[in-house]
Design a protein around this ligand. Structure first.
Ligand SMILES: Nc1ncnc2c1ncn2[C@@H]1O[C@H](COP(=O)(O)OP(=O)(O)OP(=O)(O)O)[C@@H](O)[C@H]1O
Ligand SMILES: [Mg+2]
Length: 407
């Protein structure tokens, strides 16, 4: 009997589980470093019924992946190539080209979405970039550029993630502490005018240039580091604001060349204007896919996989999201001046009514550091409720009840 055969690149375990649940065969290509990083993951990897698992050395290039894919494709044809990790998508594109299989985005689109400078330039060419920006390659250029900006302004690496290196400058004088080494290894940087307002993300799946919005997420950001510390679905916005978001995000995606597949677009809204922060051609991280499923009933991975197989199921997504529930995630983090070692971490008192998941990435004996990037976060709680305010409060209260001692 013929079974659909999927080549999956990267490590988004919820996506892999969904593919297997859908009854499809799955071959996994993974970078060694991403594969079995803890005992819990090892267990998962051993027990998951993959058809094949190929572990590539950490520095294998896209050509090596493509060659192995070609051999497996000769033995048994793949029906689709799927990838939800930013840093593996260029490999997925090259493999798809080699196997003559379609992939949701082109290399050109990936580059524009991955590089915040290219993204701003592309928007500027179509008069859709509303903010001043500049790209700088070294400290001298940075200092010179900062003289031309109004304050506050933002400095960030063009190709980074997890809020690493994102800095808000209140005045030109503050720039001294970010020169002489702070950004070494992180250039080129982009300097941007600071966009005021509340922050949201827009979770979409596209097909043939039509962009269906599954949900709009309200974000909570740590104001010092810009690390995301919470997300809630649905965002509290009016129908009018929703329409503005839909209109703007559709324009942005068109300019960036996103016609198919998932995207996660970060925006701010100020004085009823929608401003883009960045967009990614993948499903949102931070468990937002789980929040989408709780709130709307849609599993975004299922939609993306079925779309990649040519089934046009985004037509089932209503024009205006219909939310059955609200869901919220809140992250636990540490803000001490110096690194510390966890001596105990207990969350049994955090299971308040409405809490549906608690997951700690760290355990007793692990080192914790002051929050500076997403990876510094210690763990999270997920809640659900009939309204967003309550879901958010419950997740926050549960986080406060987590008992963590450290020295
Ligand atoms: N021009 C800007 N104006 C205001 N805030 C900004 C601007 N650029 C970035 N930020 C803030 O910094 C955060 C991180 O920026 P950005 O998303 O570009 O970096 P990142 O490293 O890709 O982060 P992540 O991977 O967490 O999304 C944004 O979510 C936003 O809160
Ligand atoms: Mg971002």
């Amino acid at each position: 009997m013929y079974n659909i055969n999927i080549l999956y690149i990267g490590q988004v375990r919820d996506a892999q589980k969904k593919i297997i649940q859908l009854g499809y065969d799955l071959t996994l290509f993974s970078k060694r470093i991403d594969f079995a990083t803890s005992e819990e993951f090892y267990e998962h990897d051993i027990n998951t019924p993959y058809i094949n698992v190929v572990l590539f050395s950490n520095n294998a290039d896209a050509g090596e992946y493509a060659q192995v894919a070609k051999v497996l494709h000769m033995i048994r044809k793949f029906d689709a190539v799927i990838c939800f990790n930013d840093h593996m998508q260029d490999i997925a594109i090259q493999i798809s080209n080699q196997l003559c299989l379609p992939y949701s985005i082109s290399k050109e689109t990936l580059d524009k979405c991955f590089d915040k400078g290219k993204m701003r330039k592309a928007l500027s060419l179509r008069d859709l970039n509303q903010i001043k920006f500049d790209i700088v390659k070294n400290d001298t250029e940075l200092k010179k550029s900062l003289l031309t900006f109004k304050y506050p302004c933002i400095i960030k690496p063009t190709s980074s993630s997890g809020s690493k290196g994102v800095v808000k400058l209140a005045s030109f004088h503050e720039c001294e502490k970010y020169l002489n080494g702070f950004y070494s290894g992180l250039y080129p940087l982009i300097v941007e005018e600071y966009i005021q307002g509340k922050e949201y993300s827009v979770e979409t799946v596209s097909n043939g240039g039509y962009h269906a919005i599954l949900a709009i997420t309200e974000k909570e950001i740590d104001l010092n580091t810009f690390v995301e510390i919470g997300h809630t679905i649905p965002a509290k916005i009016t129908k009018n604001t929703f329409l503005k978001i839909k209109n703007n995000v559709s324009k942005y995606l068109k300019i960036l060349g996103v016609e198919n597949g998932p995207s996660h677009t970060e925006i701010k809204i100020h004085n009823e204007e929608v401003y883009i922060i960045e967009t990614h051609t993948r499903v949102a991280g931070d468990n937002i896919s789980k929040l989408i499923e709780i709130a709307t009933g849609f599993n975004i991975y299922e939609i993306c996989v079925e779309e990649a197989l040519g089934k046009r199921i985004i037509e089932c997504i209503p024009e205006f999201p219909v939310y059955k529930m609200s869901a919220s995630i809140r992250y636990l983090y540490y803000n001490g001046e110096t690194p510390a070692v966890i001596t105990s971490l207990c969350y049994k008192n955090a299971f308040l009514p409405g809490i549906i998941e608690i997951n700690m990435h760290k355990k007793s004996g692990d080192i914790i550091e002051r929050l500076a990037k997403s990876k510094d976060r210690i763990g999270y709680v997920i809640s659900k409720s009939v309204n967003s305010g309550q879901a958010k409060r419950t997740a926050y209260e549960a986080c406060c009840r987590i008992e963590m001692d450290y020295i």
